[in-house]
Design a protein around this ligand. Structure first.
Ligand code: ZN
Length: 339
C-alpha cells in the first residue's frame, strides 16, 4: 500500500428494487424485482476504470435467488469484498428481539458465502438501523466491524420527505420510525471507534462519514441531490467535506447506492427518489468527478482492508459503550432513603 496518503474506504449498499419498494410500501415487491443484471456489470466496469476494489454490502435474500447469483458471483471474481446487509432488508430490524437479529445476520451470511464464495467481515444495518443487541451479536459472531451508523441530524428530515411520498399506513410508519436514524444519531462520532460490549469481544465501528464539525451527509446520493439544484455548489460542498476530513483526521468511509448509477428512465417504479430526476450519463459523470476528488487526497481501499488497518492501530481508537451505563447502586438503604 502506498503510505503517503491516508486511507479512505468505499462501499456500496446493494439495495435492490424490491427492497426499496418494500420499505416504501409499494405493491409487487414480493416478486423480488431486480436490476442487478444491468447494475452490477455497470458498477464493476466503472470501478475497474479507476482500478478500485471496494465492499459490496449484499442483502441475503438477493444472494439466495438464482436469478441474481451470476451477477453477484462476478463481484468476488473481480477481486471485490463483500459485506452483510441483513437477510430481509427491514429497517425496523433494530427493534427486533435478539434471536431474530442473530437469525437475520446468520441467514444472510450463509447466502452471501454460498453465492460469492466469501464470508462477510462486516455488517451494515438496513436504513442505518442499529442497536446495542445488534453490536453484541455481531461481536459474538466474530464480525470485524459494523458500519451501520450515520452520524447526522438530517436523517429524520429525510424520513419525513420519504413518508410524504409513500402510501404507508400509520402502523407501517411507526414500524419504520428509525428509518435513516434519529436526531440523537447526530451526536455520534464521525471517527471510527471500538464498541464496549458485554461479550468482551472487540467490534470496530466505521460510521458512514458525514462532514466533520457539521455532521451533514455527503454520500454520493446526497451529492447527486445537491447537483440537481446547483452543480457549482455541490463541487464546493464536496471540496469542503473532503478537506475537513483530512484536517480533522477522521479518515473517510464513503457510501454509494445503486440509484447513483441508474438513470431516471431505467426504474420508473422508484421515480419518487429525488435523485431519480437525473440522467444516467450525468450520474456516471458525477461518480467519476467525486472519485477523482477523493483519490487525490486519500488512498481508496475496501472496508475489510480499512478495518484491519484500523484495528492494527486500535490503541489510537476511542471506546464507546453500546449499552447505557447501569445506574450506580446506593451505598446503603439509609442513604437511598435520603436521596
Ligand atoms: Zn440498504
Amino acid at each position: 500500500m502506498n503510505d503517503s496518503k491516508p486511507l479512505a474506504c468505499l462501499s456500496i449498499d446493494l439495495d435492490n428494487q424490491w427492497s426499496y419498494m418494500k420499505t416504501h410500501g409499494d405493491a409487487g415487491w414480493e416478486k423480488f424485482p431486480s436490476y442487478f443484471e444491468s447494475l452490477i456489470p455497470r458498477v464493476l466496469e466503472r470501478l475497474d476504470s479507476f482500478k478500485l476494489k471496494i465492499t459490496f454490502f449484499i442483502v441475503g435474500q438477493d444472494a439466495a435467488l438464482d436469478k441474481n447469483r451470476k451477477a453477484l458471483a462476478e463481484i468476488t471474481k473481480r477481486g471485490h469484498d463483500v459485506g452483510n446487509h441483513s437477510y430481509l432488508h427491514e429497517p425496523w430490524l433494530s427493534f427486533s428481539p435478539a434471536e431474530k437479529i442473530r437469525r437475520e445476520i446468520l441467514n444472510s451470511e450463509r447466502a452471501i458465502l454460498d453465492a460469492t464464495g466469501q464470508r462477510p467481515a462486516g455488517f451494515r444495518g438496513p436504513g442505518f438501523s442499529w442497536s446495542a443487541d445488534m453490536m453484541n451479536i455481531l461481536a459474538e459472531l466474530d464480525y470485524l466491524y459494523d458500519a451501520s451508523t450515520l452520524p447526522t441530524c438530517l436523517g429524520p428530515l429525510g424520513r419525513i420527505y420519504y413518508f410524504s411520498s409513500s402510501g404507508l399506513s400509520a402502523e407501517a410508519k411507526k414500524q419504520r420510525r428509525k428509518l435513516f436514524g434519529s436526531f440523537r444519531d447526530g451526536r455520534r462520532p464521525v471517527k471510527p471507534y471500538v464498541w464496549l460490549l458485554p461479550s468482551k469481544k472487540r467490534l470496530l465501528e466505521i460510521p458512514v462519514t458525514t462532514v466533520p464539525g457539521f455532521k451533514l451527509p455527503f454520500h454520493l446520493s446526497y451529492l447527486n441531490y445537491l447537483s440537481l439544484y446547483s452543480p457549482a455548489f455541490m463541487t464546493h460542498y464536496l471540496g469542503m467535506a473532503v478537506k475537513l476530513c483530512r484536517l480533522f483526521g477522521t479518515g473517510l468511509s464513503f457510501l454509494l447506492h445503486p440509484l447513483d448509477f441508474l438513470g431516471r428512465d431505467e426504474v420508473p417504479e422508484l421515480a419518487y427518489f429525488p435523485g431519480m430526476k437525473a440522467e444516467k450519463s450525468d450520474k456516471l459523470r458525477l461518480f467519476d468527478k467525486v472519485i477523482r476528488k477523493i483519490s487525490g487526497i486519500f488512498q481508496i481501499v475496501d472496508m475489510r482492508t480499512y478495518a484491519k488497518v484500523s484495528m492494527d492501530q486500535s490503541r489510537t481508537l476511542s471506546l464507546r459503550r453500546a449499552y447505557p451505563k447501569p445506574p450506580r447502586r446506593p451505598r446503603n438503604s439509609n442513604e437511598a432513603a435520603h436521596e
